[in-house]
Each structure stands twice: as C-alpha cells, then as structure tokens.
Write a protein that binds this ligand. Structure first.
Ligand SMILES: [Zn+2]
Length: 149
C-alpha cells in the first residue's frame, strides 16, 4: 500500500511506497510527517469503508514505530490522525507490520504474537510521551487519570 504524502507548505506530493519507507523517509525525529522537498508539515489522506457501511476519512499526520522484545521484524506503530489537513492529531490509530524481506519474505501488515500489538510498560510510557508532545493528551488529562485511580 502506498502513501501519498502531501505538503501543507509547498503543496507537493511525494509517495512513500510502503510503511517502512513512510516511517523512515517521510517523518521528522518526532514522528511527524514532513515534506521531502521543503521540510514542511505534511499529511496522507485516507478513506476507509467501515463495517457498518460508513466512511472513515482521516489525515495521517504522524507515524511512530515502537521497539518491542520481538525485534525489528515485528513492529507495532501508531498513526497520529487528524480530521483536516492542518488539524492537530486527535486520535491514535494502532497498527502493526511484519518486515520479513531480510529473510527473503515479504512486507505485510499483519498480526504479531497473540494477534494485536503487544505493548509493555516501556511502549505504554513511550506512547504517553508522544501523546503529550503531539497534544493528543494534556498533562491535565494524565493527572485526572492518576487522581481517579
Ligand atoms: Zn513542501
């Protein structure tokens, strides 16, 4: 699946040919999608049909992979999603890919050990760190969660 990355600054579109390319070559050090030409902030528009026949339209604004005990071949990652090209990310979309190309296999979106992505404490803390820095969550939100427990 390819990812056409469109720049909010210069309007140019560069395509990432698969998820590893998108994460490696079209993000800054914080996971934000950026333009390969001018470095401006960018997005990938996606539209999916939901199981109830509706449409989920969103703008992928960031892609953040997570290290796990399963090494480099099985990689959970999140998309930071907004609902307009320049909007701040509001949702975190969990995904997973398997890159078996180094062993002569293929790259695919799959399910890791046990089915869904497996997150330990380190991944959860990393997720919270990104959610804070991308303002998906505020410190106030986290304090409210901690206080309610
Ligand atoms: Zn640009």
């Amino acid at each position: 699946m390819s990812y056409p990355v469109t720049c909010n600054r210069c309007g140019d579109t560069n395509t990432a040919w698969e998820i590893v390319d998108l994460i490696k070559n079209h993000t800054d050090g914080h996971g934000n999608l950026i333009c390969q030409i001018c470095g401006g902030d960018a997005y990938v528009y996606r539209e999916s049909t939901t199981q109830d026949g509706g449409t989920w339209e969103r703008y992928i604004r960031g892609a953040v992979p997570f290290r796990t005990q399963f090494g480099r071949r099985f990689v959970p990652y999140i998309f930071l999603v907004s609902y307009s090209p320049r909007g701040k990310p509001k949702d975190v979309h969990f995904n997973y890919y398997k890159d078996l190309r180094p062993d002569g296999g293929t790259l695919k979106h799959g399910h890791g050990p046990g089915g869904a992505p497996v997150f330990g404490k380190a991944q959860i803390l990393k997720l919270l760190e990104h959610a804070l820095s991308h303002q998906v969550l505020s410190r106030k939100d986290l304090v409210a969660v901690v206080s309610s427990g």
